[in-house]
Design a protein around this ligand. Structure first.
Ligand code: ZN
Length: 132
């Protein structure tokens, strides 16, 4: 299933955990696997803390220190920093579904990572029923 994600900043992390849980509910899967895939070259998906929003801001800040937005890059589009960050964070993640919802750690959330926004983005969510 394809979902739209509207980003509003040049760089930001958007919590998509509920979106994935909705898809799991829609498919009525109790035990299984969810694959989340981001079909973009300057956006990504990652799992991290969902309690203190400063954590995701710190991750973006640290990435910006290593991969300068205005760095010495060759790519004509001028968004190489975003391509590099997207590759590092990764374009997919695989998650466990238990008792009809994602089995995550207490402090974990799944984040859509925007590195070259704001844009209308997409995320693909595939849910597989594995039985018990
Ligand atoms: Zn580019």
């Amino acid at each position: 299933m394809e979902y739209g994600v509207k980003t509003t900043k040049t760089q930001e992390f958007i919590d998509i955990t509920n979106l994935i849980n909705e898809e799991i509910k829609r498919q009525n899967v109790q035990e299984g696997i969810a694959v989340v895939f981001v079909p973009h070259t300057t956006a990504a998906v990652t799992i991290n803390e969902n309690t203190d929003p400063d954590v995701t801001i710190d991750i973006i800040g640290a990435l910006n220190k290593v991969f300068l937005v205005e760095g010495d890059y060759r790519h004509y589009e001028g968004n190489s920093h975003a391509h590099i960050k997207a590759s590092l964070m990764g374009s997919s993640c695989t998650l466990i579904i238990e008792k009809g919802k994602l089995k995550l750690g207490t402090w974990q959330g799944v984040y859509f990572c925007e590195f070259d926004g704001p844009r209308n983005r997409k995320v693909y969510i595939k849910v597989m029923d594995t039985g018990k």
